[in-house]
Ligand binder design. Sequence first.
Ligand code: HEC
Ligand code: HEC
Length: 305
Amino acid sequence: MEKLPEPRRRAKPPQPVESGVFPVQLLLIFKKHSENEMKLNILRLIVAALCCTSALMVITNVGAQKSLPVSCDLAVSLTNLGIAVPAQTPAATAAPREQTVEQVEKNIKVLNGMPASQLIPVMNYFAASMGRRCNFCHVNKNGQWDYAADTKPEKNTAREMIKMVLDLHKQTFNGSTDISCYTCHRGRNQPQSVPTLPLPVPSPPPGNPGAGPGAAAPPAGQPQASPSPRPAGPSADDILNKYVEAIGGHAAIDKLKTRTAKGTIVQANGNSLQFELYQATPDKFYFLVTTPQGPFERGFNGLVA
Ligand code: HEC
Ligand code: HEC
């Protein structure tokens, strides 16, 4: 199985998988359903197909990370920007030194020295930190991206911000990379500098019921009551059973023999791709995504994938 072609001209790892954010949100918008719902196992098949695609993206990304040299004296890197990167494997030591981003791209002024493979993960991180997409800083004319252009003032502001973050690490935080775009931006382009009032009132910890806001802290040396354990949520089976019940029960689901779905996959950079899905009992499916690079198809006829 191959991964979905990306909107970029070169194949690159599309997302900072290890950073805790998952910016390529594939928003599957099912515009049209015909013949209602399908048997559960068919549903599982397609979920599995989609998972395979994302898993492959993850694998390719981790693969790319592994090829990074272990100790490179880079001016900037994901880690410098405070983004967690996976631990390097010993095999990586032998890997040849990777090209830096300014050797590959046209208009790099501040990210100099960063391994080229980290550019797109970093860009995804910026977009996620700002709560925006690529077009917040980059221009797209009639569907064509011009990432090198400095047309948007936001791009130059971002350059100033990158310099500020790197200076902060060096001058204020003793080399620690704990501060980065998300520290201030938290998913908004204009960071908030005062708390939103009224502040939420913390509930008193159990075993210390008198202690509300403003109550005296427990005397030094006394153990503080531990926060109440979170109540256990419903199990996955409970939720699935409720869902099956809500759509008419197993008997109703068993009557469905085929299902088709058509819709749009919206990627983090704003590009959208059309997809079509056809499923038939007991185990056939066909999945087609139309990309600018050509069709991407997956299928299983019951015997061969
Ligand atoms: C918050 C602003 C911001 C966002 C959002 C952003 N970028 Fe960038 N991008 C930049 C800046 C700044 C540079 C130039 C860095 C430098 O000068 O070192 C850049 C450079 C690039 C380059 C290199 C262009 C060249 O030829 O020099 C590419 C490619 C790129 N970005 C892709 C993306 C993609 C894809 C996304 C969306 C996932 C994205 N960017 C989102 C700010 C942003
Ligand atoms: C110390 C807090 C802080 C950090 C860290 C930070 N920013 Fe900002 N950023 C701000 C503030 C505050 C503003 C709003 C400035 C203004 O309105 O004049 C801003 C504005 C921006 C804007 C312009 C937004 C707009 O609406 O025009 C961009 C783009 C931006 N930041 C990108 C970044 C990127 C990329 C990073 C990480 C490399 C980053 N920032 C890190 C505080 C921060």
